[in-house]
Ligand binder design. Structure first.
Ligand code: CA
Length: 508
């Protein structure tokens, strides 16, 4: 009898004690969204772009959570997406350009640079896929620890005909509209989201799995939001916490009007392309608002963390209205560039009970850090994984109890030919350390050195003025690249590997 009372008491204690319930987690990733494509000011002052774009739900999220003003990603899709799913930095995982077809590179031909044999097949959860990074994906770990894992939207995790081409092969319980390709043929239901007129799949840009909306006048962003809410309903029936990877196709090309918002931006005086783009941004924001409304209405908001991020800078070198390379001002350049316009992202995190409302973090971090942070949010310690993780948890920043930025350097490495030419675009390796940033261009074997704090627009190259700082950072960058066995391209003029940054001799 005594024993039974003791067991009952223990059970009572176990139920009553403030056990930390694993929160639901929404990772809201926007494609190709620039740092200034929002009415939330991420700079020290409000810009013309903050006045142009209307993102009331991002404002709401910022008011309820933390804004990160120096959050970085890589400059194109796949390096970021692989880091997000694995915690591995790009130089180490070697998925340094965007992926699509098995064993095929998307590198453009170049007279001077021959890119290395990079991991064109992307992420693989198994060891037997050539030219891929073998790693344990984030959703697989979350599922292993009791989460219901939902993928919605753009996957772009691996090349066609490999396991992670379908998110179901990568640890997700549900896949809505995701596959190997990194863009939709169209956002419009009337155009079957880029599929053939009879609804069959158009290789490779047709959005899969959304046939029930074909022929309807509905935007893909709206479709994905509705499907995400239905998937959350399913997860609630399962009694498990959910991980929703809300990975929007928007605001990537094709730049097509979201008709709900298009006219308003024409009326505001934007040209047709920019009005379309702004309407896509607002359509994305409406999706965020719908998710937040759903959480409020279903009493889930207090136990759901929302992380908002973009995968690379806003497109600016081509395809946009107005003057090229100006769409992310005050930042220089855009997608594909090592300059801030290519890599600095709008990041917000709401986590009720942990993150102070309307707080701001000015410390820098990089997208690799989401992996350990999300695992820590979920209460998962020492998971069984095959990779070594480069990212560092930003939970101390969220708690305002510490920072990972202290004495930390961040690194980028893209030995590839993405395509267009523009400021900061071209094969390069980069280090950010404190207020300094050094970019090493593989083709020219030249440096740019910027004081980012003083010169956020990267207008003044200080490499010649401050050779000591240049050498210090070149040494740091070279040591890092060697330590991760980074792949350098071949210089066709010499037939040799492009020298490490610390091997380049200054002409002075
Ligand atoms: Ca992208």
């Amino acid at each position: 009898m005594k024993k039974l009372v003791l067991i009952a008491a223990l059970l009572f204690l176990a139920c009553d004690s403030p056990t930390l319930q694993s929160p639901n987690i929404i990772l809201f990733l926007v494609d190709d969204m620039g740092w200034q494509d929002t009415s939330v000011p991420f700079w020290t002052e409000k810009t013309e772009f903050n006045r142009r774009y209307h993102t009331p739900n991002m404002e709401r999220l910022a008011a309820e959570g933390m804004k990160f003003t120096q959050a970085y990603a890589y400059s194109v899709c796949s390096p970021t997406r692989i880091s997000l799913m694995t915690g591995i930095s790009a130089a180490r995982h070697r998925v340094t350009n965007w992926t699509l077809r098995k064993n095929q590179t998307v590198d453009r031909p170049d007279d001077i640079i021959q890119p290395p044999d990079w991991n064109v097949n992307g992420l693989s959860p198994t060891a037997n896929i050539e030219k891929s990074i073998h790693a344990t994906p984030l959703p697989a770990i979350l599922r292993e620890h009791g989460y219901f894992t939902i993928h919605v939207g753009k996957a772009h995790l691996a090349a066609m005909e490999t396991p992670c081409a379908d998110p179901l092969g990568c640890g997700f319980d549900v896949n809505i509209a995701g596959h190997a390709a990194g863009a939709p043929g169209s956002y419009h239901g009337e155009r079957n989201f880029g599929n053939h007129p009879d609804g069959s799949w158009r290789d490779p840009w047709g959005v899969p799995g959304m046939a029930k909306y074909h022929g309807q006048e509905i935007n893909l962003t709206e479709v994905l939001t509705r499907e995400a809410l239905t998937a959350i309903d399913t997860s609630r029936a399962s009694g498990k916490p959910f991980f929703l990877y809300m990975s929007h196709y928007t605001v990537h090309t094709p730049i097509e009007a979201d008709r709900r918002y298009f006219q308003k931006y024409l009326d505001a005086g934007l040209d047709t392309i920019e009005a379309r783009y702004a309407s896509m941004v607002e359509g994305m924001d409406k999706s965020l608002g719908d998710l937040m409304d759903y959480l409020d209405a279903n009493d889930l908001a207090d136990n759901t963390a929302i992380l908002f991020m973009s995968d690379n800078g806003g497109l600016s070198v081509h395809g946009r209205g107005g003057e090229a390379n100006t769409h992310n001002r005050p930042l220089s350049s855009g997608k594909g560039s090592a300059h801030e316009g290519g890599i600095r992202e709008p990041m917000l995190v709401k986590w009720p009970g942990v993150v102070k409302a309307a707080s701001v973090c000015d410390d820098y971090l990089i997208v690799d850090d989401f992996f350990p942070s999300i695992l820590e949010m979920a209460g998962i310690e020492d998971p069984q994984i095959v990779q070594s993780v480069d990212g560092e948890s930003f939970i101390p920043m969220l708690r305002q109890s510490g920072s990972t930025a202290t004495d930390r350097a961040l690194y980028w490495h893209m030995p590839n030919i993405w395509g267009p030419r523009g400021p900061g675009i071209g094969p390069s390796s980069t280090v950010r350390y404190q207020n300094w940033k050094l970019i090493y261009y593989h083709r020219e074997q030249m440096f740019e050195l910027f004081d980012i704090e003083a010169d956020i627009g990267e207008q003044a190259n200080l490499a010649d003025i401050n050779p000591e700082k240049q050498r210090e950072l070149a040494t740091m960058l070279s040591a890092y690249l060697r330590s991760v066995d980074a792949q350098m391209p071949i210089d066709k003029r010499t037939g040799q590997q492009v020298p490490w940054p610390d091997e380049v001799r200054n002409e002075d």
